[in-house]
Design a protein around this ligand. Structure first.
Ligand code: 13P
Ligand code: 13P
Ligand code: MG
Ligand code: MG
Length: 366
């Protein structure tokens, strides 16, 4: 049976700064989706990660479907109304355009979707990250799908021995989607050359080479490309199918134990370690640290099980302590050097304006 899994995510307002949506806002979005789900959705799951709300839904309408996108757009608009009325911070933050035009891509919300031929049993993981951007997934998914040091299935499972195809998008090019396809293992070094630059080259999707089936879909929108100025970080979502021809759940989770440094801490302008957190995690220290949550599901004919909160385990408590230390370490050097993003990524206008003013005061001498 062909099933589409769609995740549409937006920040439409939050309590006390960029911390978490209010219960009233979440309820409004839940009620709106429930009222529209009939005849459109098979199932859905609504959650928050930091100040972002994600609508995960299953249906048979394919990817990029106007009705599904409209449902999410209108749900986020209804949520924005509640955010405005109750004085939440950043009401409607990610709804960058006024009118819906058939597809929410390019309007602000993040989108990750895939149409699949559902397997006999269909386990997958839904990832959501806050205070970071889509490049945050480059390292963990490279390691989970291309490195036998993390993914033992690459050497132990005949279903995975041919490796995976990576589709990588150049998010610096905004006229069209500029995409390259590279194959692991033979193109490994080329993949690494691109994924090294997380602000420019981003994994868009990954496919099994033994079956051709899609394993991964990641949202690759960049908000400042749409708005032309800083309007919040891109806070990416991802869908990852697991088991069988794909890595095991634990193999996909394993690289998140690194707590690698990503872009997006405080004002979208700093580097911080990505902390794997429990579902519905909130935000705190220095508007961070950047967080990622993971809900594992089983699905049958599009019907979802309840989520398994896979970062809610004693193992990850120890990791969170290490990641907190990494966050404190890099913060000790404040604005200096690699703790702050390079000029090209400094999206919070002030510093750019200041540099332009200072430029006029430089004096040339021998
Ligand atoms: P304000 O400048 O509106 O306080 O916002 C700062 C901030 O939180 C960055 O997104
Ligand atoms: P969000 O993109 O999650 O709204 O964060 C904005 C920010 O700059 C927080 O400091
Ligand atoms: Mg926000
Ligand atoms: Mg956010």
């Amino acid at each position: 049976m062909k099933i589409t899994i769609s995740v549409l995510k937006a920040d439409v307002g939050s309590i006390g700064g960029h911390i978490k949506p209010s219960q009233a806002l979440l309820n409004e979005i839940k009620n709106f989706v429930a009222s529209q789900a009939k005849n459109l959705l098979i199932d859905y799951y609504i959650s928050s990660t930091g100040d972002d709300i994600a609508i995960l839904c299953t249906h048979t309408r394919g990817t990029g479907d106007a009705k599904i996108h409209q449902l999410a757009w209108e749900a986020f608009q209804a949520g924005t109304e509640v955010a405005r009325k109750t004085g939440l911070y950043g009401a409607g933050q990610d709804l960058l355009k006024d009118a819906f035009s058939g597809n929410v891509k390019g309007l602000g919300p993040a989108v990750a979707e895939m149409e699949i031929e559902e397997r006999e049993n269909e386990p997958f993981i839904f990832f959501a990250a806050d205070k970071t951007d889509p490049g945050a997934y480059n390292l963990p998914f490279y390691l989970a799908f291309a490195d036998p040091m993390y993914c033992s299935g690459l050497i132990l499972s005949p279903k995975m021995s041919q490796g995976f195809k990576f589709r990588i998008i150049d998010v610096g090019y905004t006229e069209k989607n500029k995409i390259i396809e590279l194959k692991a293992p033979e193109d490994l070094y080329d993949i690494a050359v691109l994924l090294r630059d997380t602000e420019r080259y981003v994994i868009e999707s990954i496919y099994s080479r033994s079956t051709g089936n899609q394993a991964v879909a990641i949202s690759t929108q960049r908000l400042h490309n749409i708005a032309g100025k800083y309007t919040g970080k891109d806070d990416p979502v991802a869908i990852v199918r697991v088991q069988g021809e794909f890595p095991a759940t634990g193999e996909v989770l394993a690289p998140f134990s690194i707590g690698h440094y990503v872009a997006g801490f405080m004002r979208g302008s700093h580097i911080g370690p990505l902390m794997p957190c429990k579902l519905n995690a909130t935000i705190s220290y220095f508007d961070g640290p950047p967080v990622v949550t993971a809900a594992a599901f089983s699905m049958k004919e599009g019907k979802l099980s309840e989520p398994a909160d896979v970062f809610d385990h004693p193992y990850w408590e120890a990791i969170r302590m290490q990641v907190a230390q990494k966050a404190t370490e890099i913060r000790r050097q404040g604005f200096c050097g690699p703790s702050m993003l390079p000029f090209s990524e400094l999206e919070y206008g002030g510093v750019v304006e200041k540099l332009n003013q200072l430029e006029k005061r430089f004096i040339l001498s021998d």
